[in-house]
Ligand binder design. Structure first.
Ligand code: ADP
Ligand code: MG
Length: 490
């Protein structure tokens, strides 16, 4: 007993030493690549904590530093660690917990493997054993299972999800799935779809966290379709396809993110479909996400597509100004002590419209800049710090934006943009919108025509000419054009 303890202790301290040395080398490379200022602010505060299943664990003193490092330096960190040990396939950054003084923690923090000084940024749904030697795990199925679920991001909870019109349905359905003790009636499968960075992954992780906290006996697997594919192919190669399938048998909730990635991959699709059917038949909950609706998933077999749409299909629409502002405010609240004037938040919500990830990135950049140079955040500094991002967002005016803005401006219904009504009160604004679409977007005349209820390109051309003519004589109309252009570009 005494001897084996000593051996284990030795092995552990040896590993620690290796990691500490490795970390020194990684830091030296990072300092050289990132420069002294960046290194001092973001990298030096990190501590190497350990290695677990090919995942290198670092810890950061604050959540903010952790988030910043993950969004900006993750690739560098991983690359340099891989130079130390090729087997490292992931780097996790945890938040070092401050000495707990009161017994009531504000939110439950799971601690695994006996370490309770850190809060993990990612944990596996099925608790892995810290000792990853084969002997310590419960057989092959167990090993596979633990390598199955992808890590969950602790920021992606329902608490941190801001609900607005564009995502209300997706949120409500996700919450319902998370709350139910069984597959949610009418929501199985739950199919979430929407463009990049609109919160699909966030909602899926939130479901997993919620179930873990409220119904820990339920087994949840969350993984990307890519990972599913990869695991499946690996299982086939190592003749463990049966074990692969076994993993899903014991699962209560299976979530597969970004299923558009299995399009065109025939054997993976087939396996996915079988797994999917088997689970539905066994009355298990499924949650699927994609960047488009089931019917738009090209390269996926019809029978799969139709089955994906059997439950509830909830789409997440492009964000609205109100939602973006709400998200910025919520995020800022979490960055304690950082002051950003409301005007700046409004400006960002107005300008960065492409997706929420970019919006968050913009706020992080603004705050980091202010912290680093010790300056207050003002509209002027924001424009300098974000000039590249702002320019990229400026360019993206869509025909839909134009139609909305023009409809509001002339107080007509949005539907009239697509109608064939010819009364002047409607036809003129419609011409205006066509004119602006031609001027402010890169769409062709036929494309614009299609977006106005399938009109011919000659109609669009006529509209453009008509507005140009009128602008010469009609000052009011000229001012309308200027104002709408300004509003749309801002
Ligand atoms: P997707 O999977 O749809 O591409 P993500 O779920 O990864 O998008 O979201 C991108 C980023 O935006 C994440 O950091 C996420 O937390 C954030 N986000 C998206 N929607 C919301 C929301 N409604 N409230 C708070 N954060 C959000
Ligand atoms: Mg995603």
């Amino acid at each position: 007993m005494v001897v084996s303890h000593a051996v284990v202790a030795d092995a552990v301290s040896q590993e620690r030493q290796d990691i500490t040395k490795g970390w020194e080398r990684v830091k030296a490379r990072l300092a050289a690549t990132l420069g002294e200022a960046v290194f001092r602010s973001w990298i030096r505060p990190l501590v190497a904590e350990g290695l677990e299943d090919g995942r290198l664990l670092l810890s950061a003193p604050t959540r903010f530093i952790r988030d910043w490092v993950l969004t900006h330096y993750y690739d560098d960190l991983l690359r340099y660690w891989q130079m130390e040990a090729a087997s490292i396939h992931q780097v996790d950054v945890l938040v070092r917990r401050k000495q707990v003084t009161s017994a009531s923690a504000s939110r439950p923090v799971r601690s695994e493997g006996g370490s309770d000084t850190v809060e993990r940024n990612s944990t596996q749904v099925h608790s892995p054993s810290y000792d990853n030697s084969k002997a310590a795990t419960g057989g092959k199925a167990e090993v596979l299972y633990t390598s199955f679920s992808a890590p969950l991001d602790p920021r992606f909870t329902f608490d941190n999800f801001v609900v607005g019109k564009p995502n209300a349905l997706a949120h409500a359905a996700s919450y319902r799935v998370a709350e139910s003790a069984e597959p949610a009636t009418g929501c199985n499968p739950l199919f979430l779809y929407g463009g990049v960075g609109l919160g699909k992954t966030h909602l899926m992780h939130a479901i997993a966290w919620h179930i873990r906290n409220t119904q820990p006996e339920r087994r949840v697997i969350y993984m990307s379709a890519e990972k599913f594919m990869y695991q499946f192919i690996r299982a086939l190669r190592s003749k463990e396809a049966i074990a692969f399938k076994e993993q899903f048998r014991s699962v209560d909730v299976l979530m597969i993110d970004d299923v558009q990635f299995i399009a065109g991959k025939d054997s993976t699709q087939e396996e996915f479909f079988h797994t999917f059917n088997a689970l539905v038949d066994q009355n298990k909950q499924l949650v699927i996400s994609a960047d488009r609706s089931p019917s738009d998933l090209d390269g996926i077999e019809e029978r799969i597509r139709s089955r994906l749409g059997w439950g509830l299909v909830a789409d997440i629409h492009a964000s609205s100004y109100e939602l973006r502002l709400g998200i910025l405010q919520a995020k800022l609240e979490k960055m304690q002590g950082v002051e950003v004037p409301p005007k700046v938040l409004e400006f960002l919500a107005h300008k960065i419209t492409s997706n929420i990830r970019e919006l968050e990135g913009a706020l992080n950049r603004v705050v980091a800049h202010a912290t680093l140079v010790g300056q207050q955040v003002t509209l002027e500094t924001v424009q300098v710090v974000l000039h590249d991002l702002l320019r990229a967002n400026d360019k993206r005016v869509t025909v839909e934006d134009i139609q909305k803005q023009v409809a509001v401006h002339y107080n007509i219904k949005l539907a009239d943009m697509h109608s064939a009504r010819r009364s002047r009160a409607i036809a003129r604004p419609r011409q205006m919108a066509m004119y602006l679409a031609k001027k402010l977007t890169t769409r062709s005349l036929p494309e614009i025509g299609r977006k106005f209820g399938g009109k011919d390109h000659t109609t669009v051309m006529h509209a453009v000419r008509r507005i140009e003519e009128l602008m010469i004589s009609d000052q009011e109309l000229r001012e309308d054009v200027e104002m709408l252009t300004r509003m749309l570009r801002n």
